[in-house]
Design a protein around this ligand. Structure first.
Ligand SMILES: [Zn+2]
Ligand SMILES: [Zn+2]
Length: 233
């Protein structure tokens, strides 16, 4: 296989899944279709488009992303999943907003977790984990062991991220999630073309977060399949 990156590590994932990306529908640089095109070229088999949204912006954003994903899936060999990232939504409104996103056609709901580099409201991680409509808690920051245990029980995936700033707590997220038996995914949180993953890079991010080789294989290969099953895809 060809790696479009300077990093090419032995044992790198053969198929790439990325469940958290942004387009110019929010604060990303690329159109939805260009993002998906670049994901195809990087060797992705699955990409989710999850632009920042709150309750008021859900309908228009999902209408656009649903149409774009449906079009590319007819023509290109990639699974393009229409989704949303609920971002800085008040914690008490997360469950209702996530349910509304699913009702409007979002196949995946990500919640912008309590990263240490933004003033995300306390309680956001907990609200995301407790909502049956939230699939992934992105960059959970200084998540507690108790919250990680609840994530293990509810099946909410915890994100390890390659995004600058948010990635500062990857090691802590792995420590808590591992102790709790929670499941991880590694996502790019792409905002620009150069942020998209390659097989070698995602492998390096996983090792850098403290995952062992056998854990990393589960995170890169088994957990995406489990998530897809949970999403009914
Ligand atoms: Zn953003
Ligand atoms: Zn994001």
């Amino acid at each position: 296989m060809v790696y479009h990156n300077f990093l090419c590590l032995e044992g790198a994932a053969r198929v790439l899944h990325d469940f958290h990306t942004h387009t110019f529908l929010s604060d990303g640089e690329l159109s939805p279709i260009e993002l998906i095109r670049r994901a195809v070229v990087n060797g992705y088999s699955v990409v989710a488009l999850t632009d920042h949204a709150g309750p008021g912006s859900l309908p228009a954003m999902l209408e656009a992303v649903l149409a774009e994903c449906a079009l590319v899936e007819k023509h290109w060999n990639i699974r393009a999943i229409p989704g949303i990232e609920l971002t800085h939504v008040p914690a008490k409104a997360i469950d209702e907003s996530a349910r509304e996103a699913k009702r409007l056609g979002a196949k995946i709901v990500v919640v912008h977790g309590e990263t240490v580099v933004e003033p995300v409201e306390n309680g956001t991680d907990r609200a995301a984990i407790e909502s049956a409509y939230v699939d992934i808690l992105a960059h959970p920051g200084l998540i507690t062991l108790d919250e990680a245990r609840r994530a293990a029980e509810t099946g909410t995936f915890l994100e390890i991220t390659s995004r600058k700033g948010h990635s500062l707590t990857n090691g802590h997220v792995v420590k808590m999630g591992r102790a709790a038996g929670a499941r991880f995914l590694i996502n790019s949180d792409s905002h620009a073309p150069g942020d998209l993953h390659t097989a070698g890079f995602v492998h390096a991010v996983g090792l850098g977060s403290g995952l062992e080789d056998d854990e990393l294989q589960i995170v890169l290969e088994s957990n995406p399949v489990l998530l897809m099953e949970r999403l009914g895809l």
